[in-house]
Design a protein around this ligand. Structure first.
Ligand SMILES: Cc1cc2nc3c(=O)[nH]c(=O)nc-3n(C[C@H](O)[C@H](O)[C@H](O)COP(=O)(O)OP(=O)(O)OC[C@H]3O[C@@H](n4cnc5c(N)ncnc54)[C@H](O)[C@@H]3O)c2cc1C
Length: 377
């Protein structure tokens, strides 16, 4: 059993760690405060090959493995969740469906721009009335004269409305009991995108409501087999959970880093608070749980890279690291005392950015449902 990263994986981790420290950290607070999408950072990440890491080179990606991809997402989240989710949603949710289910023609049309990071893609599954119960999609697509005519709406869609977004893949009902996936290019008449939604956290990430009114796309924009949409998006969510789980570890690590440093600077009762056992125990518990969380994430990623079943482990990793990140930001802020409640301290941003990790790509309850199903219950 070999628990070491390969030299290539270490190189990826060190490169992105340096990038996060030198390029993301200095602007993270400002991007959050101004709720400004990080176009410049996306361009730089694209240059580094991190906007399409697991996509094969022949389609414009970097041809990396899932472990490397998880390391990228973890290291970015350690410093800034908005930048990390921009990469993760674009890669796992936006680009992956075209890579996994697209025809050769669709891949040639979309992947080079998406995998190189020149353009972004979004994944539109959630609807106002269909969240956890995602199969309850109400959006419809009707085949008329060689075109799919889409009607309906989607909500909370990441990356859908940036200046460089090329398309969204949506689920739509194409028959009574039939769900299919369709690629809808941005700019298609009848496809309207709301102003950015106002959020508690992830403020520099792009989140929109989408509406489709007699929005017609070519018949060839059907992604994968007709009627396979539900199975396809379940597969996409399984993979996406690895990246959200990597965000959980990254956020927990970032919160730990801040608490560790602060506990040594801050003095009370004549000594650094890190000398108090109550503080040491919190940091010791966090360091232990972060190790455990990272091991779960890397195992799920490794299984996927081996072509083995990974859905159970991905759900376990997502559940565990979501709850771990909650404890981590809470304890880290506690260690910061009143200063941690002030906006000038990074932990206050990490605290706001955390909660969504227990909701997006399946809530904690949904992960437990998935795990229970895998346990045969
Ligand atoms: C910032 C942000 C970005 C997002 N990005 C995207 C995106 O890019 N694409 C996309 O498609 N979606 C996206 N989402 C949507 C996200 O995946 C959903 O919010 C999530 O799946 C939960 O759905 P919901 O909000 O409708 O909650 P609901 O499903 O209404 O759940 C409400 C509560 O009820 C619980 N619950 C529901 N059913 C059960 C049950 N059977 N048993 C026990 N408890 C249950 C839930 O766990 C939750 O606690 C995003 C959301 C946010 C906030």
């Amino acid at each position: 059993m070999d628990l070491d990263l390969t030299p290539e994986q270490e190189l990826v981790r060190d490169t992105v760690r340096e990038f996060a420290r030198d390029r993301v950290a200095p602007v993270a607070e400002e991007l959050d405060r101004e709720e400004r999408f990080p176009y410049e950072l996306v361009a730089e990440l694209a240059e580094l090959g991190f906007m399409g890491l697991p996509i094969p080179e022949e389609h414009g990606g970097a041809g990396g493995d899932t472990v490397s991809y998880a390391l990228v997402v973890e290291e970015l989240t350690r410093v800034d969740s908005s930048v990390a989710i921009t990469v993760a949603a674009h890669t796992s949710l936006g680009t992956m469906p075209i890579h996994l289910f697209g025809t050769e023609e669709q891949k040639r049309e979309w992947l080079p721009r998406l995998a190189s990071g020149e353009a972004l893609a979004a994944f539109g599954l959630t609807e106002p009335g269909a969240g956890s119960d995602a199969g309850n999609t109400r959006t419809t697509a009707e085949l008329r004269d060689g075109e799919w005519v889409v009607n309906g709406s989607k909500i909370f869609i990441t990356n859908a409305g940036t200046d460089i977004t090329a398309c969204v893949t949506i689920t739509a009902r194409t028959g009574e009991d039939e769900i299919s996936n369709l690629i809808v290019p941005n700019g298609t008449p009848g496809y309207e995108i709301s102003a950015p939604m106002k959020k508690l956290g992830w403020k520099a990430s792009d989140t929109r409501e989408l509406s489709f009114r007699d929005c017609a796309v070519p018949e060839g924009n059907l992604l994968g087999e007709r009627g396979q949409g539900f199975r396809q998006f379940m597969e996409i969510l399984d993979g996406g959970r690895i990246s959200v789980a990597a965000m959980g570890v990254g956020l927990a690590q970032g919160a730990y880093d801040l608490a560790y440093a602060y506990a040594q600077e801050r003095e009370q009762f004549g000594r650094p608070i890190s000398k108090f056992q109550a503080i040491q125990f919190k940091l010791a518990d966090l360091a232990t749980e972060i190790e455990a969380g990272r091991a779960l994430v890397l195992k799920a990623a490794w299984l996927k890279d081996q072509g083995r079943p990974f859905a159970r482990e991905a759900a376990m990793a997502k559940l565990y690291t979501g709850e771990l990140s909650n404890r981590a930001v809470n304890w880290s802020l506690q260690i910061h005392g009143g200063y941690g409640y002030m906006e000038e301290y990074a932990i206050s941003r990490l605290y706001r950015d955390q909660k969504i990790l227990e909701i997006g790509e399946g809530t904690n309850e949904v992960q437990r449902m998935v795990i229970a199903r895998h346990l045969g219950l």
